[in-house]
Structures are given as C-alpha cells and as structure tokens.
Design a protein around this ligand. Structure first.
Ligand code: PMP
Ligand code: GLU
Length: 392
C-alpha cells in the first residue's frame, strides 16, 4: 500500500512524452519530437574536459553538502555580474538540477497544508512538487491578453492566511512571456506587504530575445530578503543530464536547505559540479550561439504559425516554447473530457509528432511545442499539424 501523497501525484507529462518517443524509436517508429524542453546542442567541450580532469584528479569524494566552495563562489560572482545581486558563497546551495533546488525550497518553508500560489499556465512539476511535500498548490487563472502573466490583483485575490510562496517563472515555460521591471515591482509590493516568499525560477534567463531581464531579488532590499532565486546550467550551458541547479537566498534558508540535502543526497555529483564551474567560467560564446539559433527558429515559427488560421500563438520573448491556442478545435470533439490530450494523442498516434498537452500546464485550450530542435524537425512538425487540421 503506497502513501496517500503518491495517489495525488500525476507523473510528469514532459518526462513521460520523452519516454514514449524513445520507446517508439526503439520499435523503429520515427517520431518528430517537439515535446521535451531540452537544448539540442551538445554540452560545450571545455565543460566535458573539466569533468574528465576532475575524475583524473580524484575530485570524486564527498564534499560540502551546500556544494563545492569554488562553484558556489563562481555562482555568487555570476549573480553579481549578470544580475546585480550581492550574495556570498554561504547563501548559495548547489543541487541536483533546478527541480531539486525547488523541492529543497518547499521542504524548508512549507508546513502541512500551507499554500503556494502558482499562476496558470505553470511548468508541469510545480503543483506536484508542492503536493509531495505536503503543501497545497493554488493554481491561479491569468489572462491571455496579459500573455498569461499574473497581475497584482490576481495575486492579491488568491492570498489566504496560509499562503507562503508564489512561483514566478521568468521567462515562462510554457509561454515564453517575460515580465517587465514594472510588472515585477508591482508583484513584489504585494508579496512584501503580505510576507510571502517569491520563488523566482530564472532558469531561462539567458534565452531571451532582446528584452530586459530583471532578476526579482534585484528589485529592492525587501525583494532580496523575500526571494528565492532559482537557476541552473541545464538550459544555459546545455547540461540537462549533469543535473546542476542552485538557489540564492537569505542565510537562514540556505542553511535549512543545506541540512535538508545533506540528509537526502549529501550533494550533487562532485564531477558535475567541477564541470559546472567550467561552464560558468567560459561558455559565453556557446550560450550566445545557442541563443542566436533559438531566435532564428522562433522568428521562422512566427511566420509558419501565421499561415495556420486555425491556431494562434503568444509571441515568445524568451525560453524555447510556443504555447499554441487550439480552442478552435473544440467543436470537433464535443464529447472529449480533455481537448489537449485528445489532440496531442491524435498527433502522436496518427501523425507521429509529439506536442505536450496544455492540460499538463493547467490550460486545456492549448498545447506546447518545444523548438529546442533543428529547423527540419520543426518544419516537419508544423507540416504534421497542418496535415492534422486538413484531415478534419
Ligand atoms: N524550471 C523550469 C521552468 C523548467 O522548464 C525546468 C526544465 N526542466 C526546470 C525548472 C528544471 O531544470 P533542471 O532540473 O534540469 O535544472
Ligand atoms: N523543462 C523541460 C520541459 O518542460 C524538461 C522536462 C522536465 O524536466 O520536466 O519540457
């Protein structure tokens, strides 16, 4: 008999779709994969070399539970240089991916039944993470005309005496929308007044198509105290499998998270941490080149979508996703409980293309495509969508 918590958890759709695509491939069935959000670029050479060097130098033992000191210092230096944030190495906790950083944060802050405000559409794992640690996710509707960015009014209306945290993903997965400084200032004002932590998921910071990126903690002294900055190397340095993420917080939280992870995993792999240090020191060129490619793909996709009147998209300002409005398909499937699941299942089964159903992000009128894949795959995926629409 499993525990009650588990019965409330849905497996990750994004991870599940990758597994499904890989299984089909093993059967010899080719699938156009627009599902998973994972950079299609190899990890930079100097990062791989740093890992190999760490192995040869026997840097393969237990280390500080908060992470290797040199890496924490490099993260503090990065936050100063890129984000105008003053953190000491003691305020940084390095974890096994940003996912782990987020769960550490939740474990450190939430008592049973405490609430976490999660703007819809949200990244798949947030509500499940909150439930796993005994908290209550409070998904909050946002408006398409605001590019699904939460407003201070929507935020205020969702607050109860049990609210502890609000999640802000900037740039957003799944919409690619970015918050302006002014919008963030207004949200910070509410959070500070009510004593609510802001979990600022800034993992897509570097994938930003010419907009000002503002780190929430940099807005004011109060914002700095109230914010948990989450970032990592998965997207910026194409290091998804290395599993390195981090938090920057006040000292009290950093200490709490260090003891949590000290008991659970000790710390992330030291080899990955030495590689991450190399990534922070010298992958600017690779990061810039990846950004240029994502930018070209985004622009091409905007053209391609403009040729499909049956769907509409929000122009992404960052990250590498399009959130596609498929609500016009609804009258085709009046009996269907979940439109986005039905459409994505059809696309996978009949047209061999993987999109992620919007229901995974809390909005069933949409589906998500990732363009972290080459242009030929993207064009084939869009053609498959057109073929599907033409089959109606
Ligand atoms: N936050 C967001 C918004 C993401 O899209 C991802 C990607 N999986 C993560 C966090 C977690 O990244 P990772 O655990 O690979 O660092
Ligand atoms: N963040 C990516 C996505 O949303 C990776 C998958 C995951 O970690 O869930 O597709």
């Amino acid at each position: 008999m499993l525990c009650e918590r588990i019965s409330k958890i849905t497996p990750s759709y994004t991870v599940g779709i990758t597994t499904k695509v890989k299984a089909l491939k093993r059967e010899g069935i080719e699938v156009i994969n627009l599902g998973v959000g994972e950079p299609d670029f190899p990890t930079p050479e100097n990062v791989k070399e740093a890992a190999i060097k760490a192995i040869h130098e026997n840097k393969t033992k237990y280390d500080n539970p908060a992470g290797v000191l040199e890496l924490r210092q490099a993260i503090a230096d990065k936050l100063k240089a890129d984000n105008q944030l003053d953190y000491s190495a003691d305020q940084i906790v390095v974890s096994s991916g940003a996912k782990h950083s987020i769960t550490n944060t939740l474990m450190a802050i939430l008592n049973p039944q405490d609430e976490v405000i999660i703007p819809i559409p949200y990244w798949v794992s947030y509500p499940e993470m909150v439930k796993l640690v005994g908290g209550v996710p409070v998904p909050v509707e946002t408006k398409k005309e605001n590019h699904f960015k939460i407003t201070p009014e929507e935020f205020s209306a969702a607050i109860t005496p049990r609210t502890k945290i609000i999640f802000i993903t900037n740039p957003s997965n799944p919409t690619g929308a970015m918050y302006t400084r002014k919008e963030l200032e207004a949200l910070v004002a509410v959070a500070v007044e009510k004593g609510i932590y802001i979990l600022a998921d800034e993992i897509y910071e570097k994938i930003n198509f010419g907009h000002e990126f503002v780190s929430i903690a940099s807005i004011s002294k109060e914002a700095y105290e109230n914010t948990i900055t989450v970032n990592g190397l998965s997207k910026s340095a194409s290091m998804t499998g290395w599993r390195i993420g981090y938090t920057a917080t006040n000292l009290e939280l950093a200490k709490a998270m260090t003891s949590i992870q000290g008991h659970l995993v000790s710390h992330p792999s030291t080899i990955s941490q030495w590689a991450a240090l190399a990534a922070l020191e010298s992958t600017e060129e690779e990061t810039a080149s990846m950004l240029k490619t994502y930018w070209q793909r985004r622009d091409r996709l905007l053209e391609l979508f403009s040729e499909i009147p049956e769907v509409s998209v929000i122009e992404p300002q960052g990250a590498f996703y399009f959130f596609i409005d498929i609500s016009s398909f609804r009258d085709r499937f009046p009996q269907e409980e979940s439109l986005s699941l039905r459409v994505c299942d059809d696309l996978l089964e009949k047209h061999r293309v993987a999109y992620v159903p919007g229901i995974a992000f809390g909005n069933d009128d949409f589906m998500r495509m990732s363009y972290a894949t080459d242009m030929a795959t993207i064009e084939a995926g869009i053609q498959a969508l057109k073929d599907y629409i033409n089959s109606f």
